[in-house]
Structures are given as C-alpha cells and as structure tokens.
Ligand binder design. Structure first.
Ligand SMILES: [Zn+2]
Length: 67
C-alpha cells in the first residue's frame, strides 16, 4: 500500500496495487495518474521506510531576524 499526492491539485490517492508503465520515456505508476493528468508523487511515510525515529542533525538556534 502506498500513498500518492498530486503536486498540481493536491489530490491524494492510496494505491493498493501498482503497475509500472512507460510514459514519455520514463517509468510511471499507472494508477497514480491524477484526474488532472499529472502523475502523483509517492508520499514517503515513516511506515514505508520502516524507521520509527529519524535522527537529524538540525540544530534550531531560534534565530529570528523578523520578517
Ligand atoms: Zn491532480
């Protein structure tokens, strides 16, 4: 099971079955074609990656310059 989201109209779709097809020279997921014609991007969830906790080295300094 995989979640997809259209970057054009924001539509989301959960695909239980996927098949790859060639479109314009590249492999795309056939079922991920949005109603607007754009191919949705797969949403990479933590569940999908199988990593419960991702370690990040991002330090939040709380710096605000205003704006
Ligand atoms: Zn769309």
């Amino acid at each position: 099971m995989a979640e997809y989201k259209c970057k054009d109209c924001g539509e989301t779709r959960t695909l239980h079955k996927r098949s790859m097809v060639m479109r314009e020279g590249k492999l795309v997921t056939k079922q991920a074609e949005c109603d607007c014609g754009t191919f949705m991007d797969q949403i990479i969830t933590k569940e999908y990656e199988g990593i419960p906790d991702i370690q990040r080295n991002e330090l939040n300094t709380g710096h605000n310059s205003g704006g």
